[in-house]
Design a protein around this ligand. Structure first.
Ligand SMILES: CC(C)(COP(=O)(O)OP(=O)(O)OC[C@H]1O[C@@H](n2cnc3c(N)ncnc32)[C@H](O)[C@@H]1OP(=O)(O)O)[C@@H](O)C(=O)NCCC(=O)NCCS
Length: 186
């Protein structure tokens, strides 16, 4: 059992534990990121670009209690390993601090059973509760229909298309769709 976590039941009956990603999870997080990058063409990072454990630890130390950074992990209750995450942060400039940039990923065995929607809802809720963040933005590769359907169903709108902004290792270019959701009160 990991402190500050919540056990929830997914659509297929499996349990998953949700909670903050702490500095001590740096190794597990790195393993998860490498696995995700190796099996999904939709991530922005290739596996050899995933930062080392110490850098991950520093990131999670910084996120703790930070007003414009948020992260939630999903932990397999059997192994306590991270199998999914959702996070957002905004850049440290006065004119842009109200805009948080969100990312989400789930390992293949845990997809399609409602976890993505739950993590997105938690991320949006955390942004709504923030006194600083008023908008959540994300980028999604145009062919990623599953992710796009999820974001649209949560109220995200398309704000632009960055043509050929992504180059896959195969050499194929993809468009990056910029989507946004206003979460502020005005
Ligand atoms: C995109 C991703 C986060 C979605 O999470 P998920 O847990 O698989 O999605 P959920 O089971 O919560 O389903 C959410 C919605 O996605 C869509 N969806 C999910 N699986 C689908 C499938 N097999 N076919 C079509 N649509 C699907 C549906 O609109 C679904 O809506 P519903 O809740 O009404 O059923 C996840 O698939 C993933 O991590 N993929 C690889 C990495 C990635 O694409 N990251 C996002 C980069 S922008």
């Amino acid at each position: 059992m990991i402190p500050d976590t919540e056990l929830i039941t997914l659509r297929d009956g499996r349990s998953i534990r949700l909670g903050p990603v702490e500095p001590d999870h740096a190794g597990s997080y790195r393993t998860y990121m490498i696995e995700l990058a190796d099996e999904s063409p939709w991530t922005g990072t290739l596996s050899h670009e995933v930062k080392d454990e110490e850098s991950q630890r520093e990131r999670f130390e910084k996120i703790r209690g930070h007003p414009t950074q948020w992260v939630m992990g999903a932990f397999d209750p059997q192994s306590n390993q991270i199998v999914a995450d959702c996070s957002w942060d905004s850049i440290d400039y006065d004119k842009f601090r109200h805009v948080a940039s969100l990312g989400i990923g789930i390992l293949e065995p845990w997809r399609g059973v409602g976890l993505g929607r739950i993590l997105m809802e938690r991320g949006i809720q955390a942004a709504r509760e923030s006194t600083i963040v008023q908008k959540v933005e994300l980028g999604v590769i145009s062919d990623n229909q599953i992710a796009r359907a999820l974001y649209e169903s949560l109220g995200f709108g398309v704000e632009g298309i960055r043509k050929r902004a992504v180059k896959q290792p195969s050499g194929e270019y993809c468009d990056d769709v910029v989507m946004g959701l206003w979460v502020g009160s005005d």
